[in-house]
Write a protein that binds this ligand. Structure first.
Ligand code: URA
Length: 442
C-alpha cells in the first residue's frame, strides 16, 4: 500500500477501505506518513467528503492511535457528554453532579481552555485545593464511591487527533464534517464512553455557522456511534450569544452553583435539563427523556445536585465551603460597568468576541503558557431581546490588571448590536438527532 495511492483515490471521490484508512493514520503516528501527505489527505476529505462507514473507520483508527481507557470496572453504563464549544458554557459543572445525583455514573475527562473558550478544569480550580490529576484507579474508585469524578486527560489519548488538528488548523481543513466528527468521537471513544450525549452548537460563536451544517455534523456523529456500537444523542443548540450571564472561571462556577440551587439562568438550566435527560435515558436509569427530566428537576429543586457537587469537590481535595458560600470564590478587585452607547433592543451578541474580551482580561489563555486570573471575566446584564437605554449597563467587567481595559470595552461594545425592532424570539435548542431519527423543535 502507498500513501500516494490512497490520497489520490480519495481525491477522485472514491470510497476507501478500512485497511487504507488505518494505513494512513498508523503511518502518520509512526512518522512513515509525513505531514504534507496527511495535509493533502485532509484536503481531499474536505473536498470529497466521506461515507458514514469511512468516517467511522477514520474515528476508530484515530481512537486506536493511543490509549483507550477501560472504564469497565465502573458499575453501570457510562455516558459521556461533549459540547462542540461555546462561550460561557459551564454546562458540565452543573450536569456532572446533577446526573450523578440521579444515579448515572459520570466519569468525566475534561480539558483546559485555550483562546476564547473556557475549560472545565480551569473553572474547577477556582475552588482551593481541587485536584484534577488522578490515577486511573483513583478515578474509577471515586466514581464507584460517589457517582462522579472530573479529571484531566491522562496518558496518551488520541495522538493522531492532536497532530492532525494542528495540521488542519494551518491548512484550511478545520471545517469539514467528517474530520470534525471523527476528531470529537475518537476522543470520546478513547475516553471509555459506552454512550455519548453531544451538544452541537450553531451560530456566530460556533464552528457550524448554519443550522443545516449543525444538523449534518450531529447526524455524522450519531452515524459513527451506530457504526461503532455506542449510542449517541446529539442536540443542536444556539451559540448566538453566551450561555447564561457569566464568562470567566470563578464567575462561571458561581453561576453553576446558583443553577444547582435552582436559581440559575433559564437558558443554562434548559440546556442542562435537555442534555441530562438524554444522559439518564442512555445510562438506563430512566425509561424515557420525560421521566428523566422530572428526576433532574427534582434533584435541582431538592438540593441533591448541589450536595453531589460538594461531595465531588471534597473527594478531589477541594474546600467545600466555597460551594456552600460562593462569595468566598476568587473576586476581582474592580467591577467596571460597560455602558450602552445607544437605546433599543439587543439584536445580537457576538459570543466569540465576549470570549475574547474575557480572555484579554486574563480569564483565558492566549498561549499555552498564559497564567490565568481565575477571578476576572464578564457578566452580561443584557442579552438578546432585552431593552436597553443609552448609558445603561450592558455588562459588568470583573477586572484585575486593567492595562487592556479600554480595548476590551471597545470590543465588547462592538459585540453588541442594538437596534429598533424587537428581535423575534428564536429557540435555544433546535432539535435532537438520535438513532430514531431527527426531531426538529422549530
Ligand atoms: N472539536 C474537536 O475536538 N475537533 C474538531 O475538529 C473540532 C472541534
Amino acid at each position: 500500500m502507498r500513501a500516494y495511492d490512497i490520497i489520490y483515490k480519495k481525491r477522485m471521490g472514491e470510497e476507501l477501505t478500512p485497511a487504507e484508512i488505518a494505513f494512513l493514520i498508523d503511518g502518520f503516528v509512526t512518522g512513515a506518513v509525513p505531514d504534507y501527505q496527511m495535509s493533502a489527505f485532509a484536503m481531499a476529505i474536505c473536498l470529497q467528503g466521506m461515507t458514514a462507514r469511512e468516517t467511522a473507520d477514520l474515528t476508530m483508527a484515530m481512537a486506536r492511535s493511543g490509549d483507550i481507557i477501560d472504564l469497565s470496572a465502573i458499575r453501570g453504563r457510562k455516558v459521556d457528554k461533549h459540547s462542540t464549544g461555546g462561550v460561557g458554557d459551564k454546562v458540565s459543572l452543573v450536569l456532572v453532579p446533577l446526573v450523578a445525583a440521579c444515579g448515572a455514573p459520570v466519569a468525566k475527562m475534561s480539558g483546559r481552555g485555550l483562546g476564547h473558550t473556557g475549560g472545565t478544569l480551569d473553572k474547577l480550580e477556582s475552588v482551593p485545593g481541587m485536584r484534577i490529576e488522578r490515577t486511573s484507579d483513583e478515578f474509577i474508585e471515586q466514581v464507584n464511591r460517589i457517582g462522579c469524578a472530573v479529571v484531566g486527560q491522562s496518558g496518551n489519548l488520541v495522538p493522531a487527533d492532536k497532530r492532525l488538528y494542528a495540521l488542519r488548523d494551518v491548512t484550511a481543513t478545520v471545517d469539514s464534517i467528517p474530520l470534525i466528527a471523527s476528531s470529537i468521537m475518537s476522543k470520546k471513544i478513547a475516553g471509555g464512553a459506552d454512550a455519548i450525549v453531544l451538544d452541537v452548537k450553531t451560530g456566530s460563536g460556533a464552528f457550524m455557522k448554519t443550522l443545516d451544517d449543525a444538523f449534518r455534523l450531529a447526524q455524522a456523529m450519531v452515524d459513527i456511534g451506530r457504526e461503532t456500537g455506542r449510542e449517541v444523542a446529539a442536540f443542536v443548540s444556539e451559540m448566538d450569544q453566551p450561555l447564561g450571564f457569566a464568562v470567566g472561571n470563578a464567575l462561571e462556577v458561581a453561576e453553576a452553583i446558583e443553577t444547582l440551587r435552582g436559581f440559575g439562568p433559564k437558558d443554562l438550566e434548559d440546556v442542562c435539563l435537555a442534555l441530562g435527560s438524554q444522559m439518564l435515558r442512555l445510562a438506563g436509569v430512566a425509561p424515557d427523556a420525560e421521566t428523566a427530566r422530572k428526576m433532574l428537576t427534582r434533584a435541582l429543586r431538592n438540593g441533591a445536585g448541589l450536595n453531589k457537587l460538594i461531595e465531588l469537590v471534597e473527594a478531589q481535595g477541594g474546600d467545600p465551603s466555597y460551594i456552600r458560600q460562593p462569595v468566598k470564590l476568587p473576586r476581582a478587585p474592580k467591577v467596571v460597568p460597560l455602558l450602552a452607547a445607544a437605546s433599543g433592543y439587543v439584536q445580537s451578541i457576538e459570543a466569540l468576541e465576549i470570549g475574547v474580551a474575557a480572555m484579554m482580561l486574563g480569564a483565558g489563555r492566549e498561549t499555552k503558557e498564559s497564567v490565568l486570573d481565575l477571578s476576572v471575566g464578564v457578566v452580561l446584564r443584557k442579552k438578546v431581546g432585552d431593552q436597553v437605554e443609552e448609558g445603561e449597563a450592558l455588562a459588568d467587567l470583573h477586572v484585575g490588571d486593567d492595562s487592556r481595559l479600554a480595548e476590551v470595552k471597545q470590543r465588547l461594545l462592538a459585540a453588541y448590536t442594538i437596534g429598533a425592532p424587537e428581535p423575534p424570539a428564536h429557540p435555544l435548542i433546535y432539535g435532537l438527532v438520535t438513532e430514531a431519527g431527527i426531531e426538529r423543535y422549530a
